[in-house]
Design a protein around this ligand. Structure first.
Ligand code: TMP
Length: 206
């Protein structure tokens, strides 16, 4: 494995298992002596922790554009104060959700025009995009069962919404095939991790 810092994101619908996989990847890379930083959105920076509470638990109506701007505000702070400095210090940053979540949820899911989402993501990140993105794809029914009965604000959106999010991710993978790799997350955790490792190894060794 070479020793440069890089930026890898983990994406997928709620209940896809990406958080578990990203934590397994962190352990795996650290066993090879690689320096990693695990972080997430929303809430990866101190200020974003407050935004996360609002975004996931505010119990009134939230307009889609308001929701998008809050995620983007969180991202702008996160990328500038956490992600970029770490990558520039030679660290492999593993981030649970990033720009593709806004495209999938607020774009495909809530109907905000994708051109606008792309523009806003460019603005929030200064065009700092991941080197590699793993999308964990799982049947929406299976994913919803995994989420369980205690749902946060976005998890509580109906099945139609979650299906749009899922297909949004699959379409994004077709638009950006050089960056986004899809992993079948219907499989058991061990098999999903085998597939995940293959993609990570190929990327870090190329
Ligand atoms: P998490 O539990 O995976 O961190 O979930 C955060 C929730 O926020 C999840 O339902 C997806 C949603 N989300 C968006 O809708 N847009 C975004 O840009 C991000 C980062 C997350």
């Amino acid at each position: 494995m070479n020793k440069k810092g890089c930026f890898i994101t983990f994406e997928g619908a709620d209940g896809c298992g990406k958080t578990t996989q990203s934590e397994l990847v962190q352990k795996y890379l650290e066993e090879f002596g690689r320096k990693t930083l695990w972080t997430r959105e929303p809430g990866g920076a101190a200020l974003g922790k407050e935004l996360r509470k609002i975004l996931l638990h505010y119990d009134g109506y939230v307009a889609p554009e308001c929701e998008a701007f809050l995620f983007l505000a969180d991202r702008a702070q996160h990328v500038e104060t956490v992600i970029k400095p770490a990558v520039n210090n030679g660290i492999i940053v593993l981030c649970d959700r990033y720009t593709d979540s806004t495209a999938a949820y607020q774009g495909y899911g809530k109907g905000i025009d994708l051109t606008r989402i792309n523009y806003l993501n460019d603005l929030a990140t200064g065009k700092f995009y991941p080197d590699l993105t793993l999308v964990f794809d799982v049947d929406s029914e299976v994913a919803q069962k995994r989420v369980g009965a205690e749902k946060d604000r976005l998890e509580s959106e109906g099945m139609e919404f979650h299906k749009k999010v899922r297909y949004g991710y699959l379409e994004l993978a077709q638009i950006y095939p050089y960056r986004i790799k899809v992993i079948n997350a219907n499989n058991p955790i061990e098999k999903v991790f085998e597939d995940t490792k293959k993609v990570i190894d190929e990327f870090l060794n190329h």
